[in-house]
Design a protein. Sequence first.
Length: 94
Amino acid sequence: SLGLSLSQLNRIFVQAMNCTPKSYADNLRLNDTIKLLTTTPIPLKELAFTMGFKQPSHFASWFKKKTGLYPKEYRLQHLDNPIHQQMINTLKTW
């Protein structure tokens, strides 16, 4: 035991990180999602499950709320990078 209540621990976290623990975890999840989305050919349904979503539709809604784009739109908008273009070409052959 740390000798702190949950609310005290939350308050310390917010002071140190400028966000709540939930918000921090959500941002980590979003960063991991974007990394996988733009650097791997993982299908979106599989990506949703990998990121802990039980329903791909919930994943798509969450991602759009965070970025303003659906995952597919985000991936397509980042195709100007040759690595991303090669990744999509690989996807088309699967």
